[in-house]
Design a protein. Structure first.
Lengths: 87, 371
């Protein structure tokens, strides 16, 4: 198995990131689907562009805390991939 | 009283007009006349209010929404309000020019209905030579890079084609497939006996769905809407009355569910006359069956009451004449035996194709069928 940090995640072209004013959360919208983004979820997804690797995303997000957040970011992105929300 | 949680979705039925004549159509028997349809400006106001209320998705539906010549303008208004906007279409009338205009308006996705995998059978079930238009529409949608959902309403006359339907969806490069066993509302209720599948058909189709899910992995999202007449468990209709979504019909009548117009005494509010927030939060219609306080026995003391919300009110009304009874689809309902009787094999009558009609003519037809 190769290192999960090397994967270059990509959002489906149909995905839309926006703030949900009524519920005070960030969301990712897909056909028939809403993914509620907690914490730094939106910040992570905004760095997802299909060319950056997971490790590059993490370094950009928090250059001083790479080790602390790496596991969380990887499991967040993996979960979205299993649910068909990331490629 | 605390305000109810905001709705997530708005079903916008832009018109009841449709070139197709599907006998399972859930539109009401009395179709709204075109002259009574909301204008594009009125729809724009509905979308703005919906977005303020918390709605995130809208489905531009019908009838056939492409019959609205101002559909592009309506779609633009939905997108500008900030809604994720999906076109729900039969594919008839989706030319390259119209799709480009819709894409330009910001349309996010398309859901295309298919009646059968075999072109001849599909046209027969639709009562219109529509199959070629569907195939072309699917290709166009994918060419423009929009996500494509294929929706099939399943019943006695197409359940056996499930494998072929899945092959078709894959060949058309659908991103999502919704396999929805027909529900019995509107024309579908009128045609219930003709559409009712057999237990064997359903069991076989269920196995095929399982196999397709394994074969395709996560590449195509497959939704299988189970038929509640056969499962013994009622569906959590609309995620609960006035809980998740609202439906605005062509003339602005606003309902907790597309079939709710049949529930007597509901006094459904109109979005052209009342603020949508009032309709959602305060109108008697949206509060009539909200939560669990309205529930009768056996729901009242049942632990599943916050999961299925006592099932579907419209179905309870259609089958018992009382919208506040437990959904007869529930095996605990005192009316369950009557529902089971409807699923027993008999000689099914011919389906009645959906078409514009006056109540009188319809009564005649219904009489003829029930005699
Ligand atoms: S179900 Fe068929 S007849 Fe009814 S609106 Fe849809 S395409 Fe038209
Ligand atoms: S009794 Fe009511 S709440 Fe319980 S399972 Fe049946 S419909 Fe649902």
């Amino acid at each position: 198995m190769h290192d999960p940090g090397d994967w270059c995640p990509r959002l489906p072209t149909a995905a839309l990131l926006r703030h949900d004013e009524a519920r005070h959360v960030d969301v990712m919208l897909l056909p028939e689907r809403v993914v509620v983004l907690h914490g730094s979820g939106r910040a992570v997804l905004e760095l997802v562009d299909g060319t950056r690797t997971v490790d590059e995303i993490i370094t950009r997000l928090a250059p001083d805390h790479v080790q602390e957040i790496r596991g969380d970011v990887i499991s967040f992105l993996n979960r979205l991939r299993t649910e068909g929300c990331l490629r | 009283m605390t305000a109810p949680a905001p709705p997530w979705a708005l079903l916008a039925e832009l018109t009841h007009a449709c070139p197709l004549h599907c006998s399972y159509c859930s539109n009401p028997l009395e179709l709204t006349r075109r002259s009574r349809e909301l204008t594009a400006g009125q729809w724009a106001a509905v979308f703005r209010q919906a977005a303020e209320l918390g709605v995130l998705h809208t489905h531009l539906s019908g009838g056939e929404p492409l019959l609205r010549r101002d559909l592009e303008q309506i779609a633009r208004a939905a997108v500008e309000a900030g809604l994720y906007t999906q076109l729900v279409t039969s594919g008839v009338g989706l030319s390259a020019g119209r799709l480009d205009a819709l894409v330009d308006a910001g349309l996010h996705s398309v859901q295309l209905s298919v009646q059968h995998a075999d072109p001849g059978r599909s046209d027969q079930l639709a009562g219109h030579p529509a199959f070629d238009a569907k195939r072309q529409a699917a290709a166009l949608v994918k060419e423009r890079g929009l996500p494509l959902g294929v929706n099939v309403v399943l019943h006695r006359h197409n359940l056996d084609a499930l494998d072929a339907l899945m092959e078709l969806a894959v060949a058309w490069r659908a991103d999502r497939v919704e396999l929805a066993n027909t529900q019995f509302y509107g024309w579908g209720l009128l045609n219930r006996a003709a559409l009712m599948p057999s237990r064997e058909q359903l069991a076989a189709a269920g196995e095929q769905v399982k196999a397709w899910r394994e074969r395709l992995g996560g590449a195509v999202e497959i939704t299988w809407v189970v038929p509640d007449y056969f499962s013994g468990a009622p569906k959590p209709c609309m995620g609960g009355w006035g809980a998740v979504s609202l439906t605005v019909t062509p003339d602005g009548t606003t309902l907790p569910c597309p079939a709710a117009a049949t529930v007597p005494g509901l006094h459904a509010p109109n979005a052209a006359e009342r603020p949508l927030r009032w309709i959602w939060e305060e109108s008697p219609a949206f509060n009539a069956y909200r939560g669990t306080d309205w529930m009768p026995d056996p729901c009242r003391g049942c632990e599943r009451r916050t999961e299925d919300f006592g099932g579907c009110r419209c179905q309870a009304f259609a089958l018992t004449g009382d919208a506040s009874r437990t959904d007869p689809a529930c095996s605990l309902s005192p009316d369950h035996a009557a529902l089971i009787a409807l699923t027993r094999p008999g000689t099914p009558p011919m389906p009645v194709p959906r078409r514009p009609t006056t109540p009188d003519r319809l009564q005649e037809r219904t009489d003829r069928r029930t005699r």
